[in-house]
Write a protein that binds this ligand. Structure first.
Ligand SMILES: [Ca+2]
Ligand SMILES: [Ca+2]
Length: 358
């Protein structure tokens, strides 16, 4: 047997026979590989949507040595990246413009994750739109270059149906008595009516709902924390700001702890101009009161002026009824003494070198 290639082929055939005799699946198995594409629900402004593509039965076919998948990406989606899973090839072989993933692993790959398609929703997508991602060609081979039987019938569906309503997370100073909390919608596919019920915590009291452009304030119940919003002029509202809650801070002792304001989903709904109820996720926000020290505001009236000099003098000579406080440490050195009075005078008279809260 002088031909080395013939010798190799004979060896391979012998090995294959042994392998079959030992119930090895490397040569004999021809299990169909199902390639599946993930489905996702997204909103109309979604960017960087990651769709996973996976496979079954690669191990039973001896592992993936090389291959490719050509995807069909519809006009409503923009393919911006193809990112292969670890072990199935260098991303530089992928071709985004042709929507082709290329797998060049070494050694063979036995997992199920293949690649991730990264997509944007194109402008103009609307609630209810469904975009199908399919496969028009694929070719998988194992290490002996045997083609694998493939099932390419799975279709990935990107459905435009989610919007998020966010109650703002607002931080306010302990010196404030009221606070405005905006309620916004992200990924708005176009809405016509919104009915919103809020859960207001005990430390806050709802004073009212404020009008914002785009949505008209309809029937509201301040005590029950509910409001109906309807579209102002055109068929549907595509903006992001729904309404603002004006709240009184009743309990300022909850320093640093967010008082959660959530939407009562049982009684809330958002619909489009065809009276279809949108799938909406509600995100809880709230109000966090923080202590803000305004150094020099010794009498804590919100302003720094000559009245604070008077107050600080009385603190320094310990006149009853004029307690010291953090604001009296005007130069922020940790002690309250005559140097603070000098510093405060320097600041109020506008001399350079006496900034507050340094
Ligand atoms: Ca003051
Ligand atoms: Ca000081």
């Amino acid at each position: 047997m002088k031909n080395p290639w013939l010798k190799t082929i004979v060896s391979l055939v012998t090995a294959a026979a042994l392998c079959v005799g030992m119930a090895c699946l490397t040569v004999s198995a021809q299990d169909t590989v199902f390639i599946s594409i993930e489905d996702k629900n997204v909103d109309a402004t979604a960017k960087n949507i990651e769709i996973n593509v996976s496979a079954t039965n690669l191990a039973a076919n001896g592992g993936l040595f090389s291959g490719s998948i050509n995807f069909v990406v519809p006009d409503g989606l923009v393919l911006i990246e193809i990112r292969n899973a670890s072990g199935v090839g260098d991303d530089s072989w992928n071709d985004v413009s042709d929507a082709r993933a290329v797998f060049t692993p070494s050694p063979t790959y036995n997992g199920s994750n293949l690649t991730t398609l990264v997509l944007d929703v194109a402008p103009g997508a609307a609630f209810g739109d469904v975009f199908n991602i399919s496969i028009n060609n694929a070719d998988f081979a194992s290490s002996n270059l045997t083609p694998m039987p493939l099932d390419l019938t799975d279709v990935g569906k990107i459905t435009i149906d989610d919007a998020d309503v966010h109650v703002g997370s607002v931080t306010t100073s302990s010196g404030e008595n009221t606070v405005d909390v905006p309620v916004t919608i992200q990924g708005n596919p176009g809405i016509n009516t919104a009915v919103l019920h809020f859960n207001i915590p005990a430390g806050l009291r709802l004073l009212g709902f404020n009008h914002v452009g785009g949505m008209r304030l309809g029937e509201s119940n301040v005590t029950g924390a509910s409001v109906v919003l309807s579209n102002e002029s055109t068929d549907e509202y595509y903006g992001t700001h729904l309404v603002t809650l004006e709240l009184e801070i009743l309990d300022k002792s909850l320093i640093g702890v967010r008082q959660d304001i959530s939407v009562n989903t049982q009684f809330s709904s958002i619909s489009d101009s065809n009276a279809r109820t949108l799938n909406v996720q509600y995100v809880t926000g709230g109000v966090t009161v923080v202590v803000i020290i305004m150094r020099g505001d010794a009498n804590r009236d919100g302003a720094v002026n000559v009245a604070d000099i008077t107050y600080l003098k009385r603190v320094l000579v310990r006149i009853p009824g004029f307690p010291s406080n953090e604001e009296c440490d005007v130069n922020n050195d940790g002690v309250i003494n005559a140097a603070d009075l000098t510093y405060l005078k320097g600041h109020i008279t506008g001399r350079p070198g006496f900034p507050l809260n340094n």
